[in-house]
Design a binder for this molecule. Structure first.
Ligand code: HC1
Ligand code: SF4
Length: 603
């Protein structure tokens, strides 16, 4: 350990710690633009310059490793002049007006310019845009006129996501961020996860804004506009209203959504539970085929299929492994199909007049609802997927101060939130919900008799890649729900279920390579894959900023909601069971269930 002095305060840090990290550890704030807690430091923007006694020129705090006792100054007239100069240079090439920018009030460049008292464009400003805005994709918009070349998007796309869509091209004043092969986003190899947006300090990247289209539908008296709300946004939306990350506003959000003008608000938890029944049943079918040798070609491990960013990833990079994907649609899409069939029938509304909106933490969900496979109801099943950020915009336009809203519940007939549905929002949540259900259905015993409570801790956490084993020591009689498919579960007795979890596509990449090479993950029975770091709670449509710390707080909120709900297992969700009785009487994975709730992705 080495002791250094920062602005007169001593601090002892392990050798190799950067000046930036050492300063942060004692609460000294050094401004940065290219630095991000999710990404490796690169020292490009140079805003973090500091003085080191005895060293001639200013040094970048984010890349300077502490290897000897030094005296550091983080604020002085020379430092302030240098930082101002950098900001003025950035503003000289930055085209666009803060007033008309989506990141107004949430832009790191804007905040720093204000902090450093920049009150004129000393080096001028561009009179006209230099680049055309690329809004050709389903989910992401790129406006390179606002780019400051910090490369956080490039690093997110390459380091975190391992997609390699974004890259730096050109030199000097021609340097710019482009897509690989200079393709427009509509044709680029992009998984639409939105991590580039979440890591951008300015308004150069944003989601395709569909709020105007939703407003038009809300204003049309002939339309019945409903919204389903995903599990992750409720744990983060408060961040845009001045609350700490991880302050859930589930029920305040319902009231706000009705005030905005939606005719009904449903909880995606319902269809998350439906997904678990379908996907869990499919897993049992695949296990049965493989363990009894009924079908030697059975595809295991089954890979989860609710994350559209991940689906795009496997389609692009591992098309030959598509048969491993569960055929179950995502909860968003299952709900879409149910709303325009079951709900329309029950409420006596012509499905052509139903507008189905989904509130999602995710940009790729926009792409997902526009997929040609997603029309099982005879219509586009989900019409619009809006991000948490877009809903906040609609709330602001409606003068809503969300935390002050009274609480209200969800609309019938899809019922109240469940613990198993809400944990879908965190990495490992889909797996935990699936295991709660599969274990109980197979053994006939409560999960609580195997674990301390319904928490299945071995699958929780933030490790990028996780592996867990659960021995099935006993089996029970086949429950009614599955009696159309199995006569007994003897074939599962003594089997150790091996499951895997990966989040962030760089981690998914490793797992996929491991499966291909016959490694440990090829021996798994089921693997949950989520494209975004932390799972959906770290999704590309969530409040900015993001960091491991913020995501951990959101996860805590999600798990504490789960612990407080009465129903914590998908197969105990009364509305889901009701749907099987009333609407899908042939049961999970039956012909009708397949037609509405499953799909196939073809290479
Ligand atoms: Fe998700 Fe899902 S968990 S994918 O993260 O399976 O987006 O929140 O709604 O569909 O339930 C997202 C979240 C979400 C779906 C569910
Ligand atoms: Fe979207 Fe969630 Fe997948 Fe991220 S992890 S791409 S937010 S579904």
């Amino acid at each position: 350990a080495i002791t250094v002095t920062i602005d007169g305060t001593e601090v002892t840090v392990p050798s190799g710690t950067t000046i930036l990290a050492a300063a942060r550890s004692i609460g000294v704030r050094i401004p940065t633009l290219c630095d991000h807690p999710d990404l490796r430091p690169v020292g490009i923007c140079r805003i973090c310059m500091v003085e080191i006694e005895g060293v001639d020129c200013l040094q970048t705090a984010c890349t300077y490793p502490i290897t000897r006792p030094i005296r550091i100054t983080t604020t002085s007239s020379a430092i302030r002049t240098a930082r101002r100069h950098i900001l003025e240079m950035l503003l000289a090439t930055h085209y666009g007006d803060c007033n008309t920018c989506k990141r107004n009030h949430n832009c790191e460049l804007q905040s720093l310019a204000a902090e450093y008292g920049i009150d004129c464009f000393r080096f001028g400003r561009p009179e006209a845009p230099r680049y055309a805005i690329d809004g050709s994709g389903a989910s992401i918009v790129r406006d390179m006129n606002k780019c400051i070349l910090c490369r956080r998007c490039v690093r997110a796309c390459n380091e975190l996501q391992d997609v390699g869509c974004l890259t730096l091209t050109g030199r000097g004043e021609n340097a710019r961020i482009s897509t690989f092969g200079e393709n427009m986003l509509a044709t680029a190899v992009c998984i639409e996860c939105g991590q580039c947006i979440n890591h951008c300090p300015t308004g150069a990247l944003s989601e395709v804004d569909q709020t105007d289209e939703v407003w038009t539908m809300l204003d049309d008296p002939t339309k019945h506009v409903v919204i389903q709300t995903a599990p992750a946004p409720r744990a983060s939306i408060g961040e845009y209203f001045g609350l700490e990350p991880g302050t859930p506003l589930t029920f305040e959000m319902n009231t706000a959504i009705r005030r905005i003008g939606f005719d009904a608000v449903f909880d995606t938890n319902f269809s998350a539970d439906l997904t678990i029944i379908e996907e869990g049943t499919e897993l049992l079918q695949r296990l049965h085929q493989s363990l009894t040798g009924e079908s030697p070609a059975t595809q295991l491990p089954q890979l989860s299929s609710c994350c559209p960013g991940w689906i795009k990833y496997i389609e692009y990079f591992y098309p030959e492994m598509l048969p491993l994907l569960s055929t179950a649609k995502s909860p968003q899409q299952m709900f879409g199909a149910m709303i325009k069939t079951y709900y329309a029938e029950k409420r006596g509304i012509d499905p052509k007049n139903i507008v189905s909106v989904a509130l999602m933490p995710c940009t790729a969900k926009k792409f997902e609802c526009s997929r040609p496979e997603m029309t099982a109801s005879g219509f586009q099943d989900v019409d619009f997927a809006i991000t948490t950020r877009e809903l906040v915009k609609m709330m602001r336009e409606s003068g809503i101060d969300l935390p002050k809203m009274p609480k209200s519940g969800f609309d019938e007939p899809f019922g109240d939130p469940t613990g198993s549905g809400v944990i879908f929002g965190a990495t490992g949540g889909v797996m935990e919900a699936a295991l709660r259900t599969v274990l109980e259905l197979v053994t006939g015993k409560k999960v609580e008799s195997f674990f301390e409570n319904a928490d299945i801790i071995p699958v929780r956490g933030f490790e990028g890649i996780r592996l867990a084993e659960l021995p099935v020591t006993e089996v029970g009689p086949v429950p009614e729900l599955l009696s159309h498919l199995f006569t007994d579960f003897e074939w599962l007795k003594g089997v150790t279920l091996r499951v895997g979890i990966a989040h962030g596509t760089a981690n998914i990449h490793k797992v996929m390579e491991d499966i291909k090479n016959g490694g440990i993950f090829s021996t798994c029975h089921f693997i949950e894959m989520m494209a975004c770091p932390g799972g959906c709670l770290g999704g590309g449509g969530q409040p900015i900023p993001t960091s491991p710390e913020i995501r951990a707080k959101r996860a805590k909120a999600i798990y504490s909601e789960d612990a407080h709900y009465v129903v914590r297992k998908s197969h105990e969700n009364p509305q889901v069971l009701q749907i099987y009785r009333e609407f899908l009487p042939e049961g999970p994975c039956s012909h009708k269930a397949h037609a509405l709730l499953h799909t196939h992705y073809t290479p």
